[in-house]
Structures are given as structure tokens and as C-alpha cells.
Design a binder for this molecule. Sequence first.
Ligand code: SAM
Ligand code: SF4
Length: 345
Amino acid sequence: MTVEPRHVTPSDATAPMIDPFGRAVTYLRVSVTDRCDFRCTYCMSEHMTFLPKPEILTLEELDQLCSAFIAKGVRKLRLTGGEPLVRRDVMTLIRNLGRHLDTGALDELTLTTNGSQLAKYADDLYAAGIRRINVSLDTLDDKNFARITRWGRLNQVLDGIKAATRAGLKVKINTVALKGENEDEIPSLIEWAHGEGHDLTLIETMPMGDIDGDRTDQYLPLSRVRETLEARWTLSDLPDRTGGPARYVRIKETGGKLGLITPLTHNFCESCNRVRLTCTGQLFMCLGQNDDADLRAALRNDPSGALLNDAIDEAIGRKPKGHDFVIDRDHAKPAVARHMSLTGG
Ligand code: SAM
Ligand code: SF4
């Protein structure tokens, strides 16, 4: 049987997004706000200047953009931030996006959150079709939590995680590995998470945006963490791949799964399936590069959506092969100037 080549016009709203390296873009991460109720030391400076309101996409515009990507083949959508659950009326957006789960256009709608508002929203999230969420938690020590997040309270997050579990949401814990700050606690955090039935993923710090301190002081290579863990437990590599920088292992003694995100290595770029949208409508084709596309202008200037489709196709055509992250003493400046809270990680 011969298959006719599909004719793709530049503004074909359903043309799949294939980048110049043959990678299909099927995963969109959307930062719905740059604001946050915490000030984690590795993510933000204490006195952040946030974006002026008119620059921020409305909830309707965010929905339009997400829906355009879904029409073009995105199967997984992650909402993040800043803290997604502090955006006013965010549940309206989440509920509306849930329609794409009902039609089968989307496989998964999910969320990365600091957990502070989960007690309030867990049931609504489940009702909207969300089944799994990532909750960031770097320590189980009250004082350390207050120090790392600056403005957060540990109990509020733990209550949020309990509420999420009760609501039926599968919770994965994300922990940034921080030299001298939570390094010694990593095994107990893993034991706790696995004991509660949560997988846990460790993340290396990434050089994004100016913070108040020096990132080289915080950087803890996960290769070192893995050695420590291997002295204590039996780790076996799992074949799971998500198209992202995570590698997974099973810990025999706890029975749980551990993810290791090492964004400074390049070994995941060849399978990269994702792009990132900010709350101002900038599309970043790579977390570790500065190149972006202005989808807000395309969206606001042409209600027909044709300009937007062209802008998306053009941007995907510029998706780079890989990132240029480096953290060392010779690179005192962040590799990318924007903060993680703008693109959401
Ligand atoms: N506020 C939500 C949260 O904390 O989960 C969502 C946004 S936050 C930017 C997403 C993830 O990025 C969190 O797990 C956070 O720990 C991580 N993160 C923030 N800045 C980072 C950095 N410079 N390097 C590595 N991970 C970072
Ligand atoms: Fe806020 Fe998340 Fe950044 Fe912490 S990591 S300051 S919770 S956006």
C-alpha cells in the first residue's frame, strides 16, 4: 500500500509539529503566572519584580493557545509557574482545558505545584480530570523548609499533599538537590515519600535567572548523590523514558521509584518532545536557550488564528538541537537570564 504524503500548508491548524531534527513536539508546559507565594532561594531573589498585568495573557488567551497546540498534536499539557494555583480563577482555565481530555484529544492534563494551595483545590483538580500532580518539596525539616522557601510553611504543604492523595491524585515529589542544604536529608526524604506511596525525583540546580546567592555554592551533582544512595540501597535502572531529562531507578529496599533529572548533561536532548509557553505568550523551544517566539502578538493581531498557526510552525522550525547550560566558577552569570518561574521548569 502506498501512503500519500500529507499536504501541509503553512497555516494548517492540524499540521503535526515536527522539528528540524525529526522530533515530534507532543508535550507543552505552560507557566500560567510568574508570581508565587514562596521565594525559594534557588529559584527567585527575595525581592522579585513581577510582570505588569497587561503583559499577562488572560485565561481565555491561555486556553486559546493551549487548544491551538493540542490541535497540532500536543498530547500532554502541564500547568506550572510561578505557582499555578495562586493565579486568580485558575480553576476556570483547568476545568475548561479538561474538555480536551473528554474528547480524547489530550492524554494528560497535569500540574507542578509547591503544594501550598492543594488543600483548597485538590478535589476540584480531580473533578477537572487531573489524575497526577508533581509537588515540590526539598526538605521535611520545618526550619530548613522556611529557610529554603523563605515564605513557605511546611505543614501547609504536607496537609496539601494529604488532601491531594485523599482526592485520588497520584503525587510525585520533586526535590532539588542542594549542596549542604538538604544533601544529608535526601535518603530520609526518599524513605518518607516511598513510604507514603509517592515516587520522588531529584533535580540538579539549573543556572536560570539571577538569585541572591552564588549557584556554584548550591550545585550538587546527582552522580554524587547516586553514589551515596548506592552505599545504602540497591538501585536498579529502569527503562522508563519521558522524552525529558529524567532517568529512573527502582530502590529495592523501599520498593519505590526514584527519578534523577540531570539537565546539565546532554544525553536527553535527542529525544526532547517538549516546548514551554510563558504567561506572556513567549514560546521557548528549549529550556536552556534564550531563543523564543512571540505568540501573544500573533494571537492578539489575528482572531482567525492563522497567524498563530504560522508563528507556531515557524517557532518549531527553530527548535535547537540541545541546550548550553554550564555551572562553574568561570560562568558566574546564569546561562539563561530568565528565571525558572517564567518558564516553569
Ligand atoms: N511553583 C511550582 C513548584 O515549585 O513546583 C511550579 C514552578 S517551579 C519553577 C517548577 C520546578 O522547578 C520546581 O520543582 C522547582 O523546585 C524547580 N526549580 C526552580 N528553580 C530551579 C533551578 N534553578 N534549578 C532547578 N530546578 C529549579
Ligand atoms: Fe515559587 Fe516554585 Fe520558584 Fe519555589 S520553585 S519560588 S515555589 S515558583
